[in-house]
Design a protein around this ligand. Sequence first.
Ligand code: ATP
Ligand code: MG
Length: 422
Amino acid sequence: MIQLVRGFKDILPPETSVWQYIENTAKTHFENFGFREMRPPVLEQAALFQRSIGEHTDIVEKEMYTFAGSRDTLLTLRPEATASVVRAYIQHKLYAADPVAKFYTIGPMFRKERPQKGRYRQFQQINAEVFGVDAPYLDAQLIFMLMTFFARLSVSGLQVHLNSLGCPQCRPAFKESLSHMLSAQSDKLCADCLRRLEKNPLRVLDCKVPGCRKVVAEAPSMLDYLCRSCQVHFDAVKSALEGMAVPYEIDPWLVRGLDYYTRTAFEIQTAELGAQNAVAGGGRYDNLVEMLGGPSQPAIGFAVGLDRLADLVMAKFPPAEPGPEVFFLPMGEAAMEMTAHWASLLADAGVRTEVDFSGRSLKALMRRADRMGAQNVLMIGDQEIADRAVVLRNMKTRDQVQVPLDALVENVKAHLEKPNVA
Ligand code: ATP
Ligand code: MG
């Protein structure tokens, strides 16, 4: 038997109901904050990610699904959404009418990582991106939107980790001092970090190897190197968060896995998921739009990991699907044909409907209706057809009513809408 590819997963019902709930909540919530949905494709030119995420990041170095396209282009299954949204913003000149634009996207990302709990090779993200605003109040508002989104889902116990990564004016001095310090401790770094030290020392701060974490604990902090305008910006983000009563922790070693971030960087962490503790991450990327060939426009965004979020939601509320409102129990061929007709009309009229065409005994069908959590059963047999009336029975109260078979849809709907009756 052909099995699922390692690192990929099937999301099956009833779990899908939790995903739909999360996605619908996100849509409503983000649209209340002025975001509109964008749906970029999952496939892009490899160059888009190489240029935006950065050559010397784990994602680009070893995690991308890249293959040859037509002619000489290399194609990549997107490992993240921001680059695609930026490409679309530039390509369709979405900045022309108004550079300020807010988008959200929901969809799968692909990274060839080592699969483990909470870490898959195809995973789902909800992304939000804002273009054209550099005001620190927006940064705070975005974090507020994210935390209230989690609150709407009743997910608690989350911490906001906050840092500033500075800008091209102030970061080089920090990089230099970090490099210097790490070189002195290079005997304690893992092989990957030795390479990172050469190419991209900031990446060492993100390493999860315990030995490297120890070295990093002694590393200098970007916050001591912020230039005046980055400092003012960061202070304003913090005070706006305080004004909105959003608690946060300063995490001076938070760097995020992509190179394009500037200034505000944040991650939402939980203590409930073990090693895979990040539920969402984001930050400013004020230079990316220009770097990818667009106008100079500041931007900020975040990505929520839906797989991890779904685990948190399910830990609290096990998925529950509503049973059918009306479960049809046809007895005999004539009843089945009649049921196919009426049950279809009833479903089309907006009532959750189920039919059992198996031809088994009434007892067996009742058991199945019960197992599916049916609210009502509707029996049709030869007698009911002769009487032109069916019996609708409430599974909980055991109340029974006779419903005329003609105009069944209107009659059943009328009964369902009556409080405390069938
Ligand atoms: P991590 O530190 O856990 O590797 P990351 O910094 O690589 O996360 P981002 O690129 O910022 O993650 O993506 C945002 C969110 O997407 C993460 O916080 C996480 O919830 C989720 N995510 C990232 N990679 C995976 C994965 N391989 N499987 C499942 N979810 C993931
Ligand atoms: Mg990662």
